[in-house]
Write a protein that binds this ligand. Structure first.
Ligand code: PHE
Length: 341
C-alpha cells in the first residue's frame, strides 16, 4: 500500500505539472494515463493485492487519482476540438509536397537578353499590334501595292477586311514609331509575326522578331555596324566575328545582311553553318529616304538605321535548337532544359 501511494504521488506530480501544447501531446497523455494499458488501469489492477481492511481507504485514493487524471484530460480537451474543427492536425515539420516550378520560355529568355543588351546603349522598348493595316506593314515601308517585294513574305490577310493583315514583320512597329513624330528615337520592337508558310523544322506560320530603329541627326552606317557588333559580342562572346553582305529591303538603303562566325565550330565548318563558317543572323540598313518622307521626316536633316532579327534564329544559334516546331509544342522536357540559363 505504501509503495502504491508513493507511485500515485509521483504520477500526481506529473499530471499536475502537465500542460499539453497541442492535440498530439494530449493524445499521448490520454494513452499513457487513461488508455486500456494506461497507468490508471494498471494501478487499479494493484487493488487485488491490497489487504481487505485497507481496501476502502485505497479505493478512495485510487478514485481521487483517477478523477485527477481524467480531469486534466477534460481540461485540455478543447485542443482536440479545435484541431478537428480546423481539419486534420498537420505536422508542420514533415517535408512538403514539391510543386514543380515553371520556367521562362526560351524565346522569351532570349528576347529579354536582346532587350537588356540594347537597353545598355540607350534603346527603349516599343510594341505594336499583331493585326496591322496595309499602310503600316507594307505601303509606308516603301512597298506600294503590286510592289514585287511584297512577295518576299507570304501574307495572311484578314478575310473580313483585305486592308488588314497579320503583320509579316516587326518593321510595322518602326512605321508606327515614326508616325508619332518624336525625334530623336531609339527603340527596340520585339514581337510575334506571321507568314503563310507550311510548318516544318525550318519554317513556321508564326515566329518572333526584334526590330531596332535609331533616327537622329548624323546617324551613319558606321553607327549601325558598331551597335550590331556590340550586340553580337555581348550575346555570343567577345571572339565572335561579324561580316556584312549587301542585300535588299525596300525600306532601307543601303541594305545588308549580317553574318556571325559560327558559334558551334568557330569557323571550321559544321551543320549549323552548312560548312561555310558563317551564320546569317539579321537584316539591316539605313532607313530609306522615302520611308522618312512618308512620315514627314526630312531625310536631309535626319538619318537613321534599322535592323530586324529573328528571335528563333538567335535562340537556335545560342542553344543549337534544330527544329522550329519545338518552340510551340509546349513539351516540358524541351522547355525545362533552359531552366538555369
Ligand atoms: N523586316 C525585315 C524582315 O523581316 C528585316 C529588316 C528589318 C531588314 C529592318 C532591314 C531593316 O526580313
Amino acid at each position: 500500500m505504501q509503495s502504491l501511494q508513493e507511485q500515485i504521488k509521483a504520477h500526481e506530480q506529473d499530471i499536475n505539472s502537465f500542460t499539453p501544447a497541442d492535440a498530439k501531446e494530449l493524445e499521448e497523455y490520454r494513452i499513457k494515463y487513461l488508455g486500456t494499458k494506461g497507468i490508471v488501469k494498471q494501478i487499479f489492477g494493484e487493488m487485488k493485492n491490497v489487504p481487505v481492511e485497507q481496501k476502502k481507504e485505497a479505493g478512495q485514493v485510487l478514485n481521487a487519482f483517477k478523477q485527477l487524471a481524467e480531469g486534466k484530460y477534460e481540461e485540455f480537451k478543447h485542443l482536440q476540438d479545435g484541431a478537428s474543427q480546423k481539419g486534420p492536425a498537420i505536422d508542420i515539420t514533415m517535408p512538403g509536397t514539391e510543386l514543380p516550378l515553371g520556367t521562362r520560355h526560351p524565346l522569351r529568355m532570349v528576347e529579354n537578353q536582346i532587350v537588356s543588351i540594347f537597353e545598355k546603349i540607350g534603346f527603349s522598348v516599343a510594341t505594336g499590334p499583331e493585326i496591322e493595316d496595309d499602310w503600316h506593314n507594307f505601303t509606308s515601308l516603301n512597298m506600294p501595292e503590286h510592289h514585287p517585294a511584297r512577295d518576299m513574305q507570304d501574307t495572311f490577310y484578314v478575310s473580313q477586311n483585305p486592308d488588314w493583315v497579320l503583320r509579316t514583320h516587326t518593321s510595322s512597329v518602326q512605321a508606327r514609331i515614326m508616325e508619332q513624330g518624336k525625334l530623336p528615337v531609339r527603340v527596340l520592337c520585339p514581337g510575334r509575326v506571321y507568314r503563310n508558310e507550311t510548318i516544318s523544322a525550318r519554317a513556321h506560320c508564326f515566329f518572333h522578331q526584334c526590330e531596332g530603329l535609331y533616327i537622329d541627326k548624323g546617324v551613319s552606317f558606321a553607327d549601325l555596324k558598331q551597335a550590331l557588333y556590340y550586340f553580337v559580342t555581348e550575346m555570343f562572346g567577345p571572339d565572335t566575328k561579324v561580316r556584312f553582305r549587301p542585300s535588299y529591303f525596300p525600306f532601307t538603303e543601303p541594305s545588308a545582311e549580317m553574318d556571325i562566325s559560327c558559334t558551334v565550330c568557330g569557323g571550321s565548318g559544321c551543320n549549323l553553318c552548312k560548312h561555310t563558317g558563317w551564320v546569317e543572323i539579321l537584316g539591316c540598313g539605313m532607313v530609306h529616304p522615302n520611308m522618312l518622307r512618308n512620315f514627314g521626316i526630312d531625310p536631309e536633316v535626319y538619318t537613321g538605321y534599322a535592323f530586324g532579327m529573328g528571335i528563333e534564329r538567335i535562340t537556335q544559334i545560342k542553344y543549337q535548337v534544330n527544329d522550329l516546331r519545338l518552340y510551340s509544342q509546349n513539351d516540358v522536357r524541351f522547355l525545362k532544359q533552359f531552366q538555369s540559363q
